[in-house]
Design a protein around this ligand. Structure first.
Ligand code: ADP
Ligand code: MG
Length: 577
């Protein structure tokens, strides 16, 4: 008996859906692209339950001809491509005719559309099969409702994250498309709450809507052409670089959002003289249509260039040129020299002079620093309490280098401590203990609440994390569009650092892969609220950090395993001379 048979269309569509529609955000991306291709200047997106229950997109584009409505959900049915040669010179977002058919095959779809004809059409599909079709009195444009996405693909549905994570992924897609189409107006609502809104305007105004006004203020303009590649957009000015902050670049080719590791690398490399940064970057590329191929993956996210190295160089040079007149950072680093020349001085771990991680090792270390073993009670470095009548007699003399490293004497050695990593570990340990005991950390209520602007992508995450943040002392309430009111902050945090700390917390919370929720939140809190490098500390603050650090179960490494300090025995210093 013959074994091979051709699959029925509905199965083929579901297979294609697996590639094109990974999650609600992929459906939104395809539908918004269709609206843009139809020349829409107003696009409204509204979702329910992270897009799983409902995704609705309405536009004021040119509409679908009545006789094309049923065809639009057929596979490889498109109005944008006529023959294979067109594949290499496309200027629309879509062209494979796969999106609507894929979405229709795994959902209950309603299309309402009107061209400039007097009356429009409303058509209902169930798993891709037409159920009802009627005339409808509607405005010119198209409105597509996707109900119960994945209703017949339960396995896919299982892989979806919480509603707020899906909402934020949808927002990320919308933001990428919005940045590339500043002449269209966008609106995005999740469960009836307005999460993003951008009026038509300049690219700079659009970046400000998408990434926040404070980010937009600190950008430098890029404009460059080389090897037939035009590179333009905006990147972080060197003064606004933030250590440790990983920004993903927004990259567009022919005004289409793409992901490309090579270009991301070209961007970061242009900043290498300032340190290891990944700046904010919104980069547009234009090049002749025959020099790249977007038809690599059904979701059209990946791109192949015919000459990778030329594209790399053009982007790299473009950014170098934009940064050229910028101030350059001072680079001291005794620490770096030590690291390079003598790797042995990097914070030794367990083998360190026979002292282990345990309490004994620590006591021993503390004793070395403070022979009479009197340890002061915890005092927050940024919020020192008034001196007690009985201050520590033998405190280490500390010196700060490059506003980033604390140097002090420990027994017969010199310690060089990374202030940020040390404080991060101290906060982590304290937060973890509090969470495990079901307690909250001390906060200070603000007499005059401050407002903080939170980038639109993070708003859904903030909503979800609000109560977690409260445990760390951040008392925060919604206060209008993308703005929150800060009513209380952690006791140790200076007011000006609270807003950025919340944003870092949310970024870290949405990226973290840690499965233990206590550890995950403690880590996000520590990462976000620890004093940064570049912050001047008073002698008392430095002492407190050193003491707190040495009383940790593991003072050598951060929770992520980064070395916190280096130790250089005086013997070795002598040898150096
Ligand atoms: P593609 O975009 O690759 O052509 P799709 O499956 O996304 O394929 O859409 C199929 C066709 O349906 C499009 O080619 C277009 O003609 C029509 N269409 C889809 N959405 C819209 C819309 N919002 N406005 C006008 N036409 C649309
Ligand atoms: Mg399409």
């Amino acid at each position: 008996m013959p074994q091979i048979q051709v699959l029925p269309d509905y199965v083929i569509n579901q297979i294609a859906a697996g590639e094109v529609i990974e999650r609600p955000a992929s459906a939104v991306k395809e539908l918004v692209e269709n609206s843009l291709d139809a020349g829409a200047t107003q696009i409204k997106v509204s979702v329910k339950k992270g897009g799983k229950d409902l995704i609705q997109i309405s536009d004021n584009g040119r509409g679908i001809e009545p006789e094309d409505i049923e065809k639009s959900v057929l596979r490889h049915a498109t109005s944008k491509l006529r023959d294979a040669s067109d594949l290499f010179k496309l200027s629309t977002n879509g062209f494979r005719g796969e999106a609507l058919s894929s979405i229709a095959s795994i959902s209950k779809l309603v299309i309402e559309s009107r061209t400039n004809a007097a009356i429009g059409i409303r058509a209902e599909f169930d798993g891709g099969v037409l159920k009802n079709r009627e005339e409808a009195a509607i405005p010119v444009g198209t409105s597509i409702s996707v109900n119960d996405l994945f209703f017949n693909a339960p396995v896919r549905a299982e892989f979806l994250k919480s509603d707020s994570v899906e909402n934020s992924r949808i927002l990320d897609c919308i933001i990428r498309l919005a940045m590339a189409n500043e002449n269209a107006r966008f609106e995005y609502r999740a469960d009836n709450r307005l999460l993003f809104c951008a009026a038509e305007g300049s690219l700079q105004a659009r970046i400000s809507d998408c990434l926040g006004a404070s980010v937009a203020r600190n950008l430098k303009e890029v404009e460059w052409e080389e090897f037939g590649v035009r590179v333009w957009g905006f990147v972080s000015s060197p003064e606004s670089l933030e250590a440790g902050k990983r920004n993903l670049p927004y990259i567009f080719l022919q005004k289409r959002p793409i992901y490309n590791a090579l270009i991301a690398k070209a961007i970061n490399q242009a900043y290498s003289s300032y340190g290891d940064y990944s700046p904010v970057a919104v980069i547009f590329l234009d090049m002749p249509l025959e020099t790249f191929d977007v038809n690599v993956h059904p979701a059209k996210r990946e791109v192949r260039f015919s000459r990778d190295s030329l594209v790399f160089q053009a982007v790299n040079h473009a950014i170098h040129n934009a940064l050229q007149n910028a101030i350059s950072y001072p680079s001291i680093s005794i620490v770096n020299t030590l690291r390079e020349n003598s790797p042995a001085y990097i914070a030794e771990s367990k083998a360190d002079e026979g002292m282990g991680y345990g309490v004994w090792g620590i006591e021993n270390k503390t004793q070395e620093l403070f022979p009479d073993n009197r340890i002061i009670p915890f005092e927050d470095p940024l919020n020192p309490k008034p001196q007690t009548p009985n201050p520590i007699p033998h405190t280490p003399e500390c010196l700060q280098i490059d506003k980033s490293y604390i140097i002090c004497e420990q027994g017969q050695s010199m310690l060089i401590i990374d202030q940020h990593r040390a404080h991060k570990s101290i906060l982590y340990e304290r937060a973890l203990q509090a969470l495990q005991k079901g307690e909250s950390l001390d906060g200070q209520e603000l007499l005059f609440p401050e407002t903080v602007e939170v980038p639109a992508v993070l708003s859904p995450i903030l909503e979800e994390q609000k109560s977690e943040l409260e445990k760390f002392g951040f008392h925060i309430e919604p206060f209008g569009y993308n703005t929150w009111q800060l009513r209380g902050i952690p006791a140790h945090l200076p007011l000006g650092s609270a807003g950025p700390a919340i944003i870092r917390f949310l970024e870290s919370a949405s990226e973290s892969k840690e499965s233990d929720i206590f550890k995950k939140n403690a880590l996000s809190y520590a990462n976000s609220s620890a004093i940064q490098r570049g912050m001047e500390l008073s002698p008392q603050e430095m002492k407190t950090i050193v003491l707190d650090l040495l009383s940790l179960p593991n003072p050598y490494e951060t929770p992520k395993g980064e070395a916190i300090f280096m130790k250089m025995p005086v013997e070795d210093i002598k040898r150096k001379f």
